[in-house]
Design a protein. Structure first.
Length: 54
């Protein structure tokens, strides 16, 4: 999950690509697990970093 968070924070890769890079075979499984562990969807997580980026 840390790798996915790092990639969402620092890259413009598609969430589908990040799911694969983080070791998930299916985007749905990644989204569900990410939301359960982190508390927000991958898209919302990335948006929160984009808002504060300069």
């Amino acid at each position: 999950m840390r790798r996915a968070q790092f990639l969402l924070e620092t890259t413009d890769h598609a969430v589908e690509r990040i799911a694969t890079q983080a070791g998930f075979g299916f985007l749905t499984a990644f989204r569900e697990r990410f939301q359960r562990v982190v508390g927000v969807t991958p898209y919302a997580y990335r948006s929160s970093f984009r808002r504060f980026a300069a």
